[in-house]
Ligand binder design. Sequence first.
Ligand SMILES: [Zn+2]
Length: 274
Amino acid sequence: MKVPILTYHACNISGNRYDNNDQMALAEDLRLLARKGWQVIPLHQLVAVIRGDIVEDLAHCVVLTCDDGTLADVQPLVFPEHGMQPGLLGVLQAFVAETPEKFPRLEMSSFVIADPHTRALLDRDCLFDQGWMGEEVWQLANASGLMRIECHSWDHNHSVLDSTGPDAMPRGNFFVVDNDLRARHEIDRSLDYLNARLADKPCRVFAYPYGQANEYLSQEYLPKHADRLGLLAAVGGEKGPVTQHSDLWNLPRYICGAHWKSPLELEAILEECS
Ligand SMILES: [Zn+2]
């Protein structure tokens, strides 16, 4: 079993071509996957197979994820200079409308940041200061049947934050989340906030901010507290397919724009996973 998890960022848009617009890349990738006879399955299904909860042949299956949780995951938005973009959910819906029978289990997992203050800073400093990091779309995403909200930490320990974190934690990377206090702040607090708003669809998977998974979190904290937190797995940012032997608490992913930049490069990844 070699299952690629493909990752997109809805706001990675600096033009209207495959190589500079993740939304356009996703649209084209769905067509490529369909043409090549691949299936898209929910992340949760892959996790269940690795955990041994279900037995299923996942040859020629891929999983879709997106990170950072902007409104562009879920709804159409007009990007300054680059015009109207459909949103990742819009891309999925358009694909289903065209070919409803192709991917019966189509779903993308969307990893969102919980803290409203951090989201406001990110919106102001990293986006266009137009309120694009609101949480009002989380319920819509979950209700769509094509997207599932998951956890991307409390505040990403992001460099936009203007103060240090718990235990004088420096900002700007996630490797420093290396003790109980810091982990509770970034993970427990985030899940409490998200799950209170997601009612019947609580988070089951955590995505390490910046794709940075240290040993403390992946080998100690998350395995130890998984049941209490309701988590089944975590995904990172290391390039590679998920196999039966992958670390459940640091599953590798392929990042659009970093690990592939063209349909040909994605085809090569699919080849390697065949
Ligand atoms: Zn992120």
